[in-house]
Design a protein around this ligand. Structure first.
Ligand code: ZN
Length: 98
């Protein structure tokens, strides 16, 4: 019987103030974004990747980005597949072939 993970802290809220200065920033699509690499280990829901419009399943390592200017705050967080984020400037036209 597996031991329970009593000390897991799955519900630490994402604190934007604390994150400021810690995360990488990139300029993309005319805005500056914070970029954070997530292991996905603590995610419990699926997200829609804006790069490929596919689901990003719980437990998948991925990238979360949100605008530095704070407009929309956490509501504007976007969860991307690692590969989609890296390829965000490519394949926007006619891409997606398997
Ligand atoms: Zn994707």
């Amino acid at each position: 019987m597996p031991r329970a993970n009593r000390n897991r802290r799955d519900h630490v809220p994402l604190n934007l103030e604390r994150l400021r200065g810690l995360d990488a920033r990139v300029t993309w699509s005319g805005r500056t974004w914070f970029v954070r690499q997530l292991s996905g280990a603590s995610s419990t829901r699926a997200y829609r990747c804006p790069g490929c419009q596919q689901e990003l399943l719980p437990g998948t390592p991925h990238v979360v980005v949100w605008p530095v200017d704070g407009l929309g705050g956490v509501d504007h967080r976007r969860h991307w597949h690692n590969s989609c984020w890296k390829a965000r400037d490519q394949g926007r036209s006619g891409g997606g072939r398997m």
